[in-house]
Every structure is written in C-alpha cells, then in structure tokens.
Design a binder for this molecule. Structure first.
Ligand SMILES: C[S@@+](CC[C@H](N)C(=O)[O-])C[C@H]1O[C@@H](n2cnc3c(N)ncnc32)[C@H](O)[C@@H]1O
Length: 298
C-alpha cells in the first residue's frame, strides 16, 4: 500500500466542507455524531471546533477506512469514540456510551475515494476485480451472489428500482445467460450486450449503483435512521445529510418534510445545497453531491 493510501488524507477530499461546518453550527462543548466517518475528512473539521469537554462519535461499516480514521483522529484533545458499525444502529451506540442526545448528526452517504479506487473491491467499473461491492468485508452477501443467484425477474427489479435503469429486463436476461459471472468485466460484458454504445457509461453507472445498494441494504438503513433520529437530537441541534443520488436525496427530502409538518424539524435548506463551481472543478465527487440540513425545533 502506498504512503498516500496509508495516510488516508490524500485520497478522500471531504465534500462541501465549509457548508457542512457552517450549517452544523458547532458548539465547542457539544456532542457530534458522524455516521459515515470514512477517512475522517469531515471529522477533523468538526474536531477543530470542539474542546476537550466536547465528544465526537463516528461510525463506519468499512474496517479499512475506520483504521485510517482512528490514526488520523488520535491527536485531537476532544474524546473520540469510533465504532465499526452501521449508522442506523445509532440508538444502541448512544445507549452504550450513556449519551441521551447529540448536538449534531452528519451523514455523508455513498463511497469514499478509497473504496472507489481500491481495485480489489469491485466498486469501480474501470478496473477488473471480483464482484464484491461490500462495505464490510465479512458481511455475507457479495455482488456475485446477487448477480448469480437472484431469479432474472427479481434482478431486473433491483436494477430498475435501485438504478432507475429502464433496460433492466434485458440486462437481467443477459446476466442470467452469462452465469456464473465472476468479475467486474463479466458484468460489463452483460451490460455491453444490452446497450447501444452511446448510452453505455450511464447504464454502467446505474447498474453498479443498483447492485451496490442491494448488497449493502443502503436504502433500508437510511430509512431506519430517518425514522428515528430526531429523538436523539437536542432541540436546536442540527442534522446534515449529503447524498449522491436521487434515491437517497428523495428519501431525505421526504422525511425532513414530514418531520417539519409534525413540528419536529425546521428545514434550513429549502433547496439542497450543491458544491460551488470551484469545488466541482477540483473534486469530481462533489458534482453529484446534495446537502440538506435541518434543525430540531421541538
Ligand atoms: C463518502 S464516504 C465518507 C467520507 C467522510 N465524510 C470523510 O470526509 O472522510 C462514505 C462512507 O460511508 C460509509 N458507509 C456507507 N454506508 C454506511 C452505513 N450504513 N453505516 C456506516 N458507514 C457507512 C462508507 O464505508 C464510506 O466510508
């Protein structure tokens, strides 16, 4: 592993850093939970604003990312508690720490650059690798299991619902014909057989997204979090969520709206924030990012 990869700092640039920190309105002695702490990019910025009386809690499902993060955050004077867990288990995590409520939650959904660029993990369609796509390396089901075992109709539904890809049935039939698929390039070949060349890149992105969402149960976890986070946020505390595709953003938007109707939240971003042109030019990942922020009002 290169020095750059080991340091963790060069390989993932946090998205919308200034906006996230300003919207979180960090109280120096407050408690903040970053549910997708990843390589600790946003975490270091939050910790820069906290005193030793504050507390930073981070979770990530990715063991490799979390071990980078542990080292990176070890020099801060503020207590840091990191958990190799999914953010949707925040109730149990906070109970375990004896913490009733936090002053802020952050979720920066999706993939880190480390995951995207790790050839062996199968997230990218640029490099050949095993069809894995798990965030958590000892989690049971891999992409290959879904692609090889799901009946074609069910696979088509996954590709349609989680990838919003209208050629889902044809792609699923071609996957079925090519079974067993072993590597990323096998999946690309099945998609190549199902699409005209001019639409292929978008279709590839949509199918990879769909399989990754299914492998990791991403939408279920987000929904579970959204259905219960308000109780663990102090009145006046803030939640910031960055999403990278419409399936996630829609769920965040809908949930914030419903909670606002009930008087539990007040929405601070009427429209989602997007990165500035400068940030988009410097950090490709920021191009599809949408930030929504709300404050607990009652
Ligand atoms: C975009 S990265 C976060 C980067 C981080 N904000 C930073 O600045 O370094 C998204 C992270 O979310 C993690 N992740 C995805 N789903 C998760 C879940 N359900 N629970 C915890 N972490 C998750 C991924 O492993 C990945 O490290």
């Amino acid at each position: 592993m290169s020095q750059e990869r080991q340091s963790g700092t060069q390989i993932h640039v946090p998205v919308m850093p200034t906006e996230v920190i300003s919207y979180l309105n960090i109280l120096p002695d407050g408690i903040y939970m970053d549910g997708t702490v990843g390589l600790g990019g946003h975490a270091t910025l939050i910790l820069d604003h906290l005193t030793p009386k504050g507390h930073f809690i981070g979770t990530d499902r990715d063991d490799e990312a979390l071990s980078y993060c542990k080292k990176r955050l070890s020099g801060f004077p503020t207590p840091v508690s990191l958990f190799h867990d999914s953010y949707h288990n925040f109730n149990a995590i906070l109970d375990g720490l004896g913490i009733d409520q936090v002053n802020g939650f952050l979720l920066d959904l999706g993939l880190s650059s480390l995951q995207m660029d790790s050839p062996e993990r199968g997230f990218s369609f640029v490099v050949d690798a095993d069809l894995d796509m798990r965030f958590y390396s000892s989690q049971g089901v891999k992409a290959a299991d879904i692609l090889n075992q799901l009946p074609a109709m069910e696979l088509a539904d996954v590709i349609y619902q989680y990838g919003e890809e209208r050629r889902s049935r044809l792609i699923a039939r071609n996957i079925e014909k090519m079974r067993p698929l072993k590597t990323v390039f096998d999946l690309i070949e099945a998609i190549r057989r199902s699409t005209p060349p001019n639409h292929r890149d978008r279709t590839l992105a949509r199918v990879f997204q769909a399989i990754r969402i299914k492998v990791n149960g991403e939408l279920e976890k987000l929904e579970k979090f959204l259905s219960s986070f308000t109780k663990r946020l102090v009145v006046g505390g803030r939640i910031a969520i960055i999403s990278f595709h419409s399936l996630e953003d829609r769920r965040v938007k809908h949930s914030f709206k419903e909670l606002a109707k009930k008087g539990a939240l007040s929405i601070l971003t009427k429209k989602p924030m997007i990165a500035t042109n400068e940030e988009m030019a410097e950090n490709r990942r920021s191009r599809s990012a949408k930030l929504r922020v709300a404050e607990r009002s009652a």
